[in-house]
Design a protein around this ligand. Structure first.
Ligand SMILES: Cc1cc2nc3c(=O)[nH]c(=O)nc-3n(C[C@H](O)[C@H](O)[C@H](O)COP(=O)(O)O)c2cc1C
Length: 202
């Protein structure tokens, strides 16, 4: 089984991004299990003074990422950028420098917005940030979902479903790409020079 941790960058109870990650499982390849991370609101503001002895919520985040074979991260766009809560989580997960749990992961990044641009500016920033953290970020069709409120439905009054066939098709392709990247250790290959350098300085 391939274990994927999905992180939504929104704390909002009715978040479209959280609804989107909750609707992804039906489009995952066989054997891929997507678990949605729920602790984003528990993370304190990043403080480098706490790095040596991080709070329990940070330890839980790092363990969840470390145990996952790959990640899916969806982001809203706030003022043409990433929401602070998501950047904060990525800052925690990136440390200690060169030894953070994010390095070496294969990742799918997505954005969603009720607006017509789909949060593409936040998505570009997210992908740039992740690549600089020595990850393999899956390419392929850009999953920047515009007018997201028209592309999600609700089933049995609780479960969100992805109703837009075009978005569903793209999601299917990038999740297959994520499985392929994990099977071929793409993340590990990207992170290898950094890991070797970190080991040489230990
Ligand atoms: C502070 C703030 C700034 C926003 N800036 C943008 C923006 O730059 N681009 C955009 O498409 N939507 C913007 N929005 C609207 C969000 O896309 C919308 O609130 C969306 O539903 C948030 O994602 P969520 O549903 O996952 O919580 C902004 C919303 C807030 C609260």
């Amino acid at each position: 089984m391939t274990r994927i941790l999905a992180i939504s960058g929104s704390l909002r109870a009715e978040s479209f991004n959280t609804a989107l990650v909750n609707a992804l499982q039906p489009f995952a390849p066989e054997g891929m299990q997507i678990e949605v991370y729920k602790g984003l609101d528990e993370l304190p503001h990043f403080n480098q003074d706490l790095e040596a002895n991080p709070p329990a919520s940070v330890v839980r985040l790092r363990e969840a990422i470390a145990e996952a074979d790959g990640l899916i991260i969806t982001t809203p766009e706030y003022n043409r950028s990433l929401p602070g809560v998501l950047k904060n989580a990525l800052d925690w997960a990136s440390r200690p420098y060169a030894r953070g749990v994010l390095a070496g992961k294969s990742i799918v990044a997505m954005s969603a917005s009720p607006g017509v641009q789909g949060g593409i500016r936040a998505l570009i920033q997210l992908k740039t940030l992740l690549r600089d953290l020595n990850n393999f970020v899956v390419s392929g069709p850009e999953i920047s979902v515009p007018e997201v409120h028209t592309r999600l439905g609700v089933e049995a009054d609780v479960q969100h479903v992805l109703t837009d066939p075009a978005t569903a098709g793209m999601v299917t392709h990038v999740l297959a790409g994520l499985q392929d990247a994990i099977d071929n250790n793409a993340g590990e290959l990207v992170a290898r020079p950094l890991g070797a350098w970190a080991a040489s300085t230990a």
